[in-house]
Structure formats: C-alpha cells, structure tokens
Design a protein around this ligand. Structure first.
Ligand code: SF4
Length: 321
C-alpha cells in the first residue's frame, strides 16, 4: 500500500464578482490529478507559479477543501474525516512552508514553538522531556540546542527554515509536504537545506512531496518527478526519465531554462502567457503555447499514457494520438 495515494483529485474555487445572474465561474486549480508517494520516497512536484501545485499540497494537509477525489494516507481517505479525526491524523503528515517566518509566532521563543508541537503529538513527554527533545531536534537540523530561548527574529532566513523543519519533525511524521521550501533563500543556503532534507529521509525514512518551480532544485532531491501545467500532471517518471529524456514540450521548456542541465540544447522560450485557469483552453491545455500544436491538439486532451518504464506523459507526440 502506498504511503500517499491521490486519486482523481480536483480543487475548483468559485470566482468572486460578476453580476447576480451571471453564470458562476470556477478556477480549475487542480483538475483530476492522481499521484502516489511511497514510504521514504521523495517526489518532486514542479511547474510554474499558479499551476496548482501548492493548492494540491494544501489540499493534502487539509488547508484547502477538495471539490472531488480522494487523498489516501496509509489507505485512509483524509477527505472523509471529520475535523477532529483530521487533527489526530496530522501526526502522520506535516507541512513546511516557503516563508517559515510567517508560520512562526514572533512572540514565542523557538523552544516554545517546537514544544507546542511536541505537546500535541508526544503526550508521553512532560515539560522537561519536551525541552530535551526540542534541543535534540534543533541539533538534528544543524542548530545549537542552546538557542531554545531565542526568538525567530534572532535567526537568519536559512536558520528559520531549519526551525520550520524542526517543528515538522517534532510530530515524527511519515510524510512532509514541503511547499517551495528553498525558493526564498540564497542559492548557497538552498543547497544546505536540500542536503538537510535528504539527510532526514536517509536517517528517518521520511517521505517528502517537494513542491518547487525550479526543475534544477527538484531534480537534485527527487526520486520521481511530476510536472504540472494548469492543474494537470503532464509528465511523470523517475528523476532520470524526466530530466534525461523529457517528452512533453512543457517539460522540455522547463529543462531548457536550466542552464546547468541542458547546455548544448537550444533554449525553448515559451510564447504567450499562461492562459486563464477560469476558462482553460480546449483540448490540450498547453496548445496555445506549444510549438508543436496541430488542430487535433485543440480538440482533445491527451490522456497520461506510458512512454515505457515508469515514464508517463500526456502529449500526442508520444503515442496518444
Ligand atoms: Fe503540444 Fe499537442 Fe503535445 Fe499538447 S498534445 S503538448 S499541444 S503537441
């Protein structure tokens, strides 16, 4: 049984505004997405800003209500749980955010902030035990355990992200959803945080859904990658399958924007803006920007189909005519 299995998940938001009698419109943020994360696996979810990847992550942890579909964690459908049941289940999954400062209470010491999580999920520990454990967790993420009484503003951006990771680890979850955890950090600090997440996976067997817009970052840490465009997964496979042999024109464009990866290949610059998710294009959603689009692409959405091994893609160029 997979640790996390997302089945046909959709998240539509009603659009505010319009007249009383106009037809209600919806943003198709996530549109019939299926995805799995196995125990101890790191899956990268990549796509441009607004493609729905963060909404998908927020739906998994219950911050956004799905419109339809299932989110099975250890076989239990999170979408069918009551608020109380979901709170209890949160021990098994935690989230790391792009801006750790936003999720840390500036008036609380980092020790209290970590112990707050421990008091929810480690009922076996008394206050002294929680403090010892909080110091251990600080050391685990590369911070001094002697800084428990410091406040968030006394730490750098990278250190605050480490504190965010410490809070996530305090629940000892099997799965962490990391939503753009390094995109606000300097490149050198990014590498340190990525190495830290890899170390946590190696030592504790924690699985990650690593959400990012930068394919270079995702490739570095992920076992598998799913590429998302306008609410749909358009390509998925092992990190090597997707990055060494990208098949979807959108993945090729993302890769060609990474100078270190495909140096000798000509850069594919996407024309046009991302279309409105309120009225997604007919057929293949990528067709208004795709250099290979033909008439049939405007009429029919290609299904995700196997391109060999564990490599799946939704494009007419690879078999689904
Ligand atoms: Fe381009 Fe057509 Fe493939 Fe869509 S189906 S990515 S428009 S070639």
């Amino acid at each position: 049984m997979s640790l996390l299995r997302i089945e046909n998940l959709s998240v539509y938001y009603p659009v505010r505004g319009g007249s009383l009698f106009s037809r209600k419109q919806y943003v198709h943020a996530v549109d019939v997405v299926s995805l799995q994360v196995e125990r101890g696996e790191i899956v990268g979810l990549v796509g441009e800003s607004g493609c729905g990847k963060s909404t998908l992550g927020r739906a998994i942890v219950g911050l956004v209500k799905p419109t339809s579909g299932k989110i099975l964690l250890n076989g239990r459908d999170l979408t069918s749980l009551s608020a109380g049941e979901l709170r209890a289940e949160r021990k098994n999954f935690q989230m790391i955010f792009q801006d750790p400062y936003g999720s840390l209470n500036p008036k609380m010491t980092v020790g209290d902030s970590i112990m707050e999580i421990l008091s929810l999920h480690r009922k076996d520990l008394d206050r002294a035990g929680r403090r010892v454990r909080a110091a251990e967790l600080m050391e685990k993420v590369g911070l001094s355990g002697s800084r428990l009484d410091d406040y968030p503003h006394q730490f750098s951006g990278g250190q605050r992200q480490r504190i965010g990771i410490t809070r996530a680890l305090a629940a000892e979850p099997g799965l962490i959803i990391a939503d753009e955890p390094v995109s606000a950090l300097d490149v050198s600090v990014q590498a340190q945080i990525i190495n830290l997440l890899s170390k946590i996976r190696r030592e504790d067997g924690t699985a990650f859904l690593f959400i990012a817009h930068d394919l270079a970052v995702v490739r570095h840490i992920s076992d598998r990658i799913a590429v998302m465009y306008m609410g749909k997964i358009v390509e998925t496979g092992t990190s090597d399958e997707v990055c060494s042999n990208p098949l979807h024109p959108y993945t090729k464009a993302l890769l060609s924007a990474v100078p270190r990866l495909k140096k000798r290949e000509k850069r594919i610059v996407l024309s046009g803006d991302v279309p409105s998710p309120i009225n997604p294009p007919s057929g293949c959603r990528f067709h208004p920007r795709c250099p290979f689009a033909i008439d049939s692409c405007r009429e029919r959405q290609p299904e995700l189909h196997s391109a060999g091994g564990t490599h799946w893609v939704s494009c007419r160029l690879t078999g689904d005519k």
